[in-house]
Design a protein around this ligand. Structure first.
Ligand SMILES: C[S@@+](CC[C@H](N)C(=O)[O-])C[C@H]1O[C@@H](n2cnc3c(N)ncnc32)[C@H](O)[C@@H]1O
Length: 210
């Protein structure tokens, strides 16, 4: 019952915030509280294939980023996947919910501890300088487009993945992602579907906005 309500709230929040980003402050506190509450059991709710669409998008990107950001990292599973995939990269996992970050830190494999760190922040407004990251991943996470464009370096990429495709509570349709990212200078796009999941990868031209 509570879980069903949480899923509905996440879907409602996503739809409102993607349409009207200025509405986010109205949802921030409840979103943090919701994810803090479910942090200890979050991993039990994830299927083994949850990140297969992210993996497929990374295959397509065929790059070796050195600065990687996982926004809305939760328990850090995508951050660990990214760190394993790019052994030279520094990976930052950012989340709003302290309890999620506590789980992520607890679950960090010792061999990744030197290259993966977790920070508490709101993706709506990040403290990182412009063009700080070569790759930004959002797995089941609400996008804040202007901030995403600001922190992604020229030639860099953003990957959105949704573990349950259009059934994912936090889901944004690929047409809408393309439209918003095109306005901000992203130029090359690719869609992926693996099992129930979907992903979209978008690249910024090397010279920046075209
Ligand atoms: C659906 S969970 C996904 C967690 C993880 N990426 C995964 O797929 O397992 C969404 C996560 O994004 C975080 N989140 C939501 N809005 C955020 C924001 N504005 N800034 C940072 N984190 C946010 C939540 O706290 C939560 O941990």
């Amino acid at each position: 019952m509570l879980e069903a309500l949480g899923r509905k709230f996440a879907r409602f929040t996503t739809n409102q915030v993607v349409r009207w980003p200025r509405a986010w402050p109205l949802f921030r506190w409840l979103t943090r509280r919701q994810f803090d509450r479910i942090a200890p059991v979050w991993d039990e709710m994830r299927s083994a294939e949850a990140f297969a669409p992210l993996d497929a998008a990374l295959d397509w990107l065929d790059t070796a980023p050195s600065r990687v950001l996982d926004l809305g990292t939760g328990t850090g599973r995508a951050a660990f996947l990214l760190a394993r995939r790019y052994p030279e990269a520094e990976v930052v996992g950012v989340d709003l919910a302290p309890a999620m970050l506590a789980e992520a830190r607890k679950l960090t494999p010792p061999e990744l501890a030197g290259r993966v760190r977790f920070e508490e922040a709101d993706a709506e407004h990040l403290a990182y300088p412009d063009a700080s990251f070569d790759l930004v991943s959002l797995a089941n996470m609400i996008p804040f487009f202007p901030e995403l464009a600001r922190i992604t370096a020229p030639g860099g990429a953003v990957v959105f993945s949704f573990s349950g495709g259009a059934e994912t509570p936090i889901y944004v349709a690929p047409e809408l992602l393309r439209k918003e990212l095109s306005k901000l200078g992203f130029a090359e796009f690719a869609d992926f579907a693996v099992g129930r999941g979907t992903a979209l990868a978008a690249r910024k031209p090397p010279g920046g906005v075209v």
